[in-house]
Design a protein around this ligand. Structure first.
Ligand code: UD1
Length: 361
């Protein structure tokens, strides 16, 4: 299939482009560049072994979108393009509503007018708010706890309304838990702008010496060691889920919503210790107060994804940490890095192609 990947230069989008290409799909990327670097492109091209086109398009720009739909005959759209920082969304809610919700509406209109009826949407476990029980199933209550979460819930709802109204339209809502890690080549990974909001990129920056210590937000939760428990999922498993979801949506000709997680809860301290094993260094940390809005434990029941898509996560926490560390060590400044400053861990034999590419790079 020929796939338009909106937000394809970003963290999860770029990894999904690799998997799409590996499965023989053609990829065209539209990305506004607001939270991504064009330097991902040569690296992506090395990984997929073929040229990829990147179009600098903001989804709210209907004219630019129409030009893309006219230039290419797409079979489906994967929609990753969104702002995603919770704290920032509380300070600038209108920016989030406009970018994430208006952008989605403009995209849906352009798709409908172009006769493209298949959408895979990046949703989030944030739509469950503070879940009443774990593991969380897809039929759990939905709740908004911040403007970012509202944009994901509203987007899911308006996509659902469109599927009701237009009998040809099919959509897959993928509710991610906590994506972490990087491609095994170390060529692409997460490159947060400024101070990271999320745990794994923060740990990475402490490990590489860019930040002095991690602050752990609370050790008095009713969890195994008092720290928050989450369902971390390797970004390569997540990328594979997108292609499985796309192919299932086409094959079964139906819309659906699934959780994407491992089903296993991991505490902050467990992740810190796994990372220490992966990088061979100590991660200094201090315990501080709870972060407002944080739940004690959130992890998925991924049974539905297994049943519908035949998908399940394959990478464990050690693999997530090893791959996150390799990316960070090879690219201490993310995509701005020009030199290697640390010795990355040995590449796994099973990723021979990626290993050769990393060496060439
Ligand atoms: C956060 C967002 C969620 C978003 C997800 C993307 C909030 C409230 N939720 O989820 O909407 O979809 O990221 O992955 O921000 N922690 C620390 N120190 C840190 C950072 C985090 O102790 O410097 C702890 C948190 O308290 C939490 C765990 O690490 O227990 C994971 O935090 P984080 O990576 O921010 O993810 P979530 O809060 O689960």
């Amino acid at each position: 299939m020929r796939i338009l990947v909106c937000g394809g230069a970003g963290y999860i989008g770029s990894h999904t482009c690799v998997t799409l290409a590996e499965r023989g799909h053609q990829v065209v990327i539209a990305d506004s560049g607001v939270n991504s670097s064009p330097r991902v492109m040569p690296r992506l091209q090395r990984l997929v072994g073929a040229p990829l086109s990147l179009h600098r398009v903001d989804l709210r720009d209907r004219t630019a979108l129409d030009a893309l739909f006219t230039a290419y005959r797409f079979d489906a759209v994967l929609h990753f393009a969104a702002l995603k920082a919770v704290g920032d969304s509380c300070r600038r809610p209108l920016e989030y509503f406009d970018n994430n919700i208006s952008g989605t509406i403009v995209l849906l209109r352009a798709m409908q007018d172009a006769g493209v009826h298949r959408l895979v949407f990046s949703s989030s476990a944030t739509v469950y708010g503070e879940p009443a029980q774990v593991p969380v199933r897809e039929d759990a209550g939905l709740q908004v706890t911040n403007p970012y979460g509202r944009t994901k819930l509203v987007a899911e709802q308006l996509i659902g309304d469109l599927c009701q109204a237009d009998p040809a339209f099919r959509a897959a809502n993928l509710r991610y838990f906590n994506p972490v890690g990087a491609h095994a080549s170390g060529l692409i990974g997460e490159d947060p702008a400024g101070e990271p909001n999320n745990l794994m990129p923060y740990i990475c920056q402490v490990a590489v010496g860019q930040r002095e210590r991690l602050r752990i937000f609370g050790d008095d939760y009713p969890t195994i060691d008092g720290t928050g428990v989450r369902d971390y999922i390797h970004v390569v498993d997540l990328a594979r889920a997108h292609v499985d979801a796309l192919e299932y949506m086409v094959r079964a000709d139906r819309s659906f919503t699934v959780n994407l997680g491992t089903g296993r809860g991991v505490s902050v301290l467990e992740l810190v210790h796994a990372f220490e094993r992966a990088c061979g260094r100590r991660i200094p940390y201090e315990i501080v107060g709870r972060r407002p809005g944080d739940a004690a434990a959130v992890y998925a029941d991924p049974t539905l994804a297994q049943q519908l898509l035949g998908w399940q996560a394959e990478h464990d926490v050690d693999a997530m940490c090893r791959d996150a560390w390799r990316w960070q060590a090879m690219n201490p400044q993310g995509y701005r890095s020009t030199t290697r400053r640390a010795t990355p861990p040995r590449l796994r034999r099973s990723r021979a192609v990626g290993a050769r590419l990393a060496d060439a790079y």
